[in-house]
Design a protein around this ligand. Structure first.
Ligand SMILES: NC(=O)c1ccc[n+]([C@@H]2O[C@H](COP(=O)([O-])OP(=O)(O)OC[C@H]3O[C@@H](n4cnc5c(N)ncnc54)[C@H](O)[C@@H]3O)[C@@H](O)[C@H]2O)c1
Length: 490
């Protein structure tokens, strides 16, 4: 793939003009008038994946026209149409490699909101050109990609944010404050759960080969497959439903893990896990004979991820993840009639310490802290967690990134981001560690009697620094992936 040489003249211009503004003003702000945005304060933005979530990501980044959207990329012209109407001056591409090649010099920052299998290669292409990136969750499709993006963001000195917008909600700050005050004590057990999958999952690989929808060409489909293994078009693979297939998605855990595990991961200052094990649900269409679909994510799973103690939390932690309708039982301190997690208990978190037990919804929302013999503690009304962008869409998660891009790498705005890759890289690795366990669990060889020998069903020991499972080598095939010819992590 031909990519222009890194040219960051405009990026330097933005950063330098910010530096200059810090030392002297050529034209005082008030002379320019209220609401005036100087051209040098505008970011030049591009979107990779402009339909689906990508539409709101680029809309939020444009910040009501405060920034220029100069290019949009989406393999699907129909899916991209809303964004193209919103940004009529933006040039439209189907291949992000061509877009980056053409606009390599002009783009400052890129939003990346494709299905999970494209995040890694698209983000790396932009980062290697020195572009700031906002990448949807999970940051990547596999652990190796997350590690490489985290490193590349430092090497190329770009401002990054993963799109787990709940990281900017005030509930997380409240929980952090309670934990820092010692109200939970040392936390040893964490439960996280979601009602996902809410799309077809655990079902057989589709056998039929329907025609492509009229608006999609073979070339569009090839671009959609991108770095993944080639499969013919099927509506079960695009759109939205790609989540249930390992070739494209990361299942229930990948979809919600970065939103839900985020709170305990940050509050407890967790790092690389050291052990993981799991069990998964099965589907039976015939007596005694479970469907075997290693290509598909399972209909439900429970995963236990273990962590060593951290500088914030002087205890080892067992984190238990449940999905597909499974959820934890009431811990001792939470009364039987109180709801666990969020409304309807669809998603939630429980953190159990030696002094208190906390439960909250996804994003750390609506936290309740239970302590023996004391009133339940809740978040005071109007608590904003110090976030001055709360009125912006998604609690200003995207706006904070935009401001940090303008302020530059390692600026105080950058260091204040809630999900820059230094943090969200290891968080994503942890989430994907669960998927590595799930995929190892389904490894099997056929037996002579027609049954199956599941030889991967064990506790896996992880060496985080060297990115290796140390007690079952076959599991290491799921750390990274082979890319289809023509695609690479560069
Ligand atoms: N943060 C959140 O709350 C949130 C919510 C929804 C989705 N997401 C994330 O956003 C991403 C997209 O999810 P979605 O639900 O919008 O999926 P989707 O299938 O609805 O949309 C994906 C879009 O990406 C486009 N696309 C696919 N491959 C592409 C490629 N190679 N180049 C350019 N465009 C490409 C598709 O045509 C489509 O318009 C996922 O990673 C998902 O996890 C995050």
């Amino acid at each position: 793939m031909e990519i222009p040489k890194k040219s960051d003249s405009r990026r330097k211009f933005i950063k330098n003009s910010t530096l200059a503004a810090g030392s002297f003003f050529i034209v005082p702000r008030h002379v320019l008038g209220r609401g005036y945005v100087a051209p040098s304060d505008r970011l030049n933005l591009a979107a990779i994946g402009a339909g689906g979530k990508g539409y709101s990501d680029i809309l939020n980044a444009s910040d009501n026209g405060s920034n220029n959207v100069i290019a949009l990329c989406d393999v699907d012209s129909l899916a991209a149409s809303k964004a193209r109407i919103a940004f009529p001056k933006a040039q439209y591409y189907k291949d992000f490699r061509k877009m980056l090649q053409r606009h390599g010099k002009d783009i400052d920052a890129v939003t990346i909101s494709t299905p999970d299998h494209v995040h890694g290669v698209a983000a790396m292409s932009a980062i290697s050109l020195g572009k700031h990136v906002y990448v949807q969750k999970p940051l990547t499709h596999n652990i190796y990609e997350a590690r490489q993006l985290t490193k590349a963001a430092r090497t190329h000195k770009v401002v990054t944010q993963m799109g787990n917008q709940g990281a900017s909600e005030p509930g997380q700050v409240q929980i952090q404050n309670w934990f820092n005050e010692g109200l939970l004590g040392k936390v040893h057990t964490v439960e996280c759960w979601t009602n996902r999958p809410v799309w077809p999952q655990g079902i057989p690989v589709p056998a039929e080969k329907p025609e492509l929808p009229e608006h999609l060409s073979k070339g569009d489909w090839d671009l959609y497959i991108g770095p993944a293994d080639y499969v013919d078009y099927h509506p079960l693979y695009y759109h939205f439903k790609w989540r249930g297939w390992w070739n494209f998605g990361t299942g229930a855990l990948g979809d919600m893990g970065c939103h839900i595990i985020d709170t305990p991961f940050k509050v407890l200052g967790l790092g690389y896990p050291n052990e993981v094990e799991c069990s998964v649900g099965s589907i039976f269409k015939r007596d005694w004979n479970p469907e075997y679909v290693p290509e598909g994510c399972p209909p439900s799973s429970r995963v236990q991820i273990s962590f060593p103690s951290s500088s914030k939390n002087d205890s080892t932690v067992k984190m238990i993840w449940s999905d597909g309708g499974l959820r934890p039982f009431h811990p001792e301190l939470i009364p039987a009639s109180d709801e666990l997690g969020g409304k309807g208990s669809y998603n939630g978190i429980i953190m159990i310490g030696d002094k208190g037990t906390l439960t909250c919804d996804v994003y750390g929302r609506n936290p309740r802290l239970y302590r023996k013999g004391e009133e339940v503690m809740t978040m005071p009304e109007g608590f904003d967690g110090g976030n001055k962008y709360l009125d912006y869409p998604e609690w200003g998660h995207n706006k904070q990134w935009v401001e940090a891009c303008k302020a530059g790498y390692q600026s105080k705005e950058h260091l204040a981001l809630n999900s820059s890759f230094d943090y969200s890289g290891p968080l994503t690795e942890t989430v994907l560690m669960g998927n590595l366990a799930i995929r190892s669990y389904t490894l099997a060889k056929d037996k002579a009697d027609g049954g199956r020998d599941f030889y991967g069903r064990r506790k896996l020991l992880w060496d985080g620094e060297s990115m290796r499972i140390t007690n079952f080598d076959k599991a290491n095939q799921f750390v990274g992936r082979e890319y289809r010819e023509g695609w690479d992590l560069i």
